[in-house]
Design a protein around this ligand. Structure first.
Ligand code: A2P
Length: 287
């Protein structure tokens, strides 16, 4: 059984989830069903992943009591702005076949479009209407967080960010703590790259656990909700079997030492919108 973590809006989420990024629509129903059979109850998708409909099919088939299921989806970059966000939510909820989504996130701030505050107002309204239980953001840097909190007075329940041993984002996590925002970790295993580290392997060997389990346990003990993904049933089961051992303070010190300034794998939220605009402009000039 996965322990629950309390959010700043009074709701709770399991402190481990299952991510379906890059799991294609055709395989998603089977993969999600396998994950749920392994015990995952928090399923993390996004409009941009293109598999909400299959996740919806899998959830229907499993037929668990709704109160035991926690479904996250995210608003695409193309859907920023108040009205667009409201429509985008309707479409996501319809694809998922859900009346209420447990957690709705703004996927990226896209600051250059200067619309993320308006988008955030739409999420606040959706929560007021009871269509979304908890609202949050993803890939928000400190200034984006401060901007929406200052403009609306509503603090996100969650910020889902890239987080793994080579990229620990300690400063941003301190800000989360100050505001009572729960950190969710995407690519908690560094997309598999963290699994080769000899220092984590040594901890794993001493604890008779796997490297993945040590890393996911580290996320858990540092208070984050990790969302590992795997398309393999044995690895899904391995990744949720974390609640019978503990890391020592020395293990934490060793893992803290693995943080690297160049450890980021995904895009930098501060540069993300600019890169996209640049690509679009280049395309326009080339065609
Ligand atoms: P696979 O789907 O074949 O299991 P992240 O969640 O950080 O993005 O990492 C996902 C990657 O790590 C996937 O390539 C996945 O491959 C792999 N992975 C997930 N869990 C484990 C595990 N327990 N052991 C080894 N590799 C894993």
């Amino acid at each position: 059984n996965v322990p629950m973590v309390l959010l700043n809006d009074g709701h709770a989420l399991p402190q481990l989830g299952f991510g379906v990024w890059q799991i294609d629509n055709a395989r998603a129903p089977e993969v999600v069903a396998t994950a749920m059979n392994a015990g995952y109850r928090l399923i993390d998708t996004a409009a941009n992943y293109g598999n909400e409909a299959s996740v919806g099919v899998a959830l229907r088939r499993m037929n668990l009591p709704r109160s035991q299921l926690y479904v996250t989806t995210k608003l695409r970059n193309e859907d920023h702005g108040y009205d667009r966000a409201m429509r985008a939510f309707d479409a996501s909820a319809a694809r998922l076949q859900l009346d209420v989504v447990d957690l709705y996130l703004i996927h990226w701030p896209c600051p250059q479009r200067a619309a993320y505050v308006e988008t955030w107002r739409a999420l606040i309204e959706l929560q007021k209407q009871g269509r979304v239980r908890s609202i949050g953001v993803s890939n928000f840097a400190a200034d984006h967080l401060e901007c929406i909190i200052h403009e609306t007075g509503v603090t996100p329940a969650v910020n889902q960010i890239e987080l793994h041993p080579a990229f620990q984002q300690q400063m941003l996590r301190n800000i989360h703590e100050r505001y009572g925002i729960v950190t969710q970790a995407w690519s908690p295993l560094g997309q598999g790259r963290a699994l080769d580290d000899p220092r984590i392997r040594a901890i794993a060997e001493r604890s008779s656990r796997t490297v993945a389990q040590v890393i996911l346990r580290w996320h858990f003990e540092t208070g984050s909700i990790a969302i590992p993904k795997s398309a393999n049933a044995a690895r899904m089961a391995e990744n949720i079997d974390l609640f019978g051992f503990e890391l020592t303070s020395n293990d934490h010190a060793v893992i803290a030492g693995l943080d690297r300034p160049d450890g980021r794998i995904g895009p930098d939220p501060a540069a993300y919108g600019q890169m996209r605009i640049l690509r679009r402009l280049t395309r326009r000039f080339l065609t």
